[in-house]
Write a protein that binds this ligand. Structure first.
Ligand code: UT7
Length: 341
């Protein structure tokens, strides 16, 4: 595999999809012994979309991908690789990228799944960029999609986590282009991080082979609710603010830019207070930050591409703008990207 000189990746299509059924905070009040007031004050979330019936993660991904492909204006048969970021796959294996590939009727093309949770889209973007620059692929479909609602503890015991998450998908199509020089490239720079010593601060233990000598999933594990997410909210909050702001500062510095050079910030959507804090620490004016958490909750790997699609539709994100993205999530993983849309 040779490095292809000035070959660069460019995002040419963006799409998103959320299932139609809306659950407001009021809908959750009885179920989860929570309140609209608590959820809005602590997180900024007003509502989330949850699937109904026989809908899996790759089904949401199909819809987002179709919009992204249509916006890209390419024949879907020209896509030669799928990267699928999710923590809520259709099945343990094979990866949801394979299910998506079959549903899109694209037999034979490469299909990756990546497991970086809320940072999945940033990791995926960095991977897609590198794979296109290297010359290995020409048109990559990068998708972040989640169905959280089928994996949440919807009893009062699970309220600290379950009110936060929504279902949804976002997708982008990236294509190879010949850049005249570095300034002519669209994806400027990424940086990626992880610290596995915090893995158990936000995780789902079962099913898994790391649960002692027993099978991957047992009635006892389910009794202990090990198949539901566990989160140390305060710990995650603290590290999210630190991780996102440090990563973004590093990326901007390496690119010889400041926050003033950025037209729009698309942050991961875990908590409005996290994004406000990052903005405050970095001196970013709040009208430059595009948040969607009010409408969708935390859709994990899908938050950033959903935000891109909504910002485009709202006329907030326009061609030629400089955009900075940052995310933090389970792993812990975190990272950022600076690009020109
Ligand atoms: O996508 C990346 C992963 N996730 C995150 O980045 C999330 C990061 N963490 C957070 O956003 C916040 O920590 C939460 C929103 C999850 C929680 O906010 P907090 O201000 O850290 O609340 P807390 O966990 O310290 O709980 C405060 C109180 C507790 O009651 P007591 O002990 O003070 O009586 C909780 O039992 O709020 C209670 N509580 C709730 N009350 C109503 C926790 N969850 C709920 C709820 N409804 N859903």
């Amino acid at each position: 595999m040779s490095n292809q000189g000035n070959r660069r990746a460019e995002i040419i299509g963006v799409g998103a999809y959320v299932p139609p059924k809306v659950f407001t905070n009021f809908d959750l009040e009885e179920m989860l012994n929570t309140s609209d007031e608590w959820i809005q004050q602590r997180t900024g979330i007003v509502q989330r979309h949850w699937v109904e019936g026989d809908i899996g993660t790759s089904d949401l991904a199909v819809k987002a991908s179709e919009e992204a492909i249509s916006e890209a204006g390419i024949d879907k048969k020209d896509i030669d690789c799928i990267i699928f970021a999710t923590l809520s796959p259709d099945h343990d294996f094979p990866g949801s990228g394979c299910f998506l590939q079959a549903k899109l009727d694209l037999p034979g093309i490469a299909a990756f799944d990546i497991r970086q949770q809320c940072t999945g889209f940033i990791y995926g973007l960095s991977m897609a960029d590198a794979l296109i620059r290297s010359g290995q692929f020409k048109n990559i479909l990068l998708v972040g999609a989640e169905v959280h609602s089928k994996g949440l503890d919807l009893s009062p015991e699970g309220r600290n986590v379950s009110v936060l998450f929504g279902d949804g998908a976002g997708a982008v199509v990236l294509t190879a282009k010949e850049a005249k020089n570095d300034e002519d490239s669209q994806l400027f720079r990424h940086n990626l991080h992880a610290d596995g010593s915090y893995a158990k601060e936000l995780w789902v233990a079962a099913p898994g082979t790391g649960n002692g000598p027993s099978h991957r999933l047992s009635p006892e594990m389910m009794e202990e609710k090990l198949h539901y997410p566990y989160m140390n909210g305060r710990q995650v909050f603290m590290h999210a603010v630190k991780g996102m702001s440090r990563s973004l500062t590093q990326t901007l510095k390496e690119q010889e830019m400041t926050v003033d050079d950025v037209d729009l910030f698309l942050f991961h959507q875990a908590n409005l207070r996290i994004n406000d804090k990052v903005g405050e620490m970095m001196g970013i004016s709040s009208d430059k930050v595009f948040n969607t958490i009010q409408n969708y909750g935390n859709t994990t790997a899908a938050t950033i591409p959903i935000g891109m699609r909504d910002a485009i539709k709202a006329g907030v994100l326009k061609k030629g703008m400089t955009v900075a993205m940052a995310a933090f999530g389970s792993g812990f993983t975190w990272g950022s990207t600076v690009m020109r849309y």
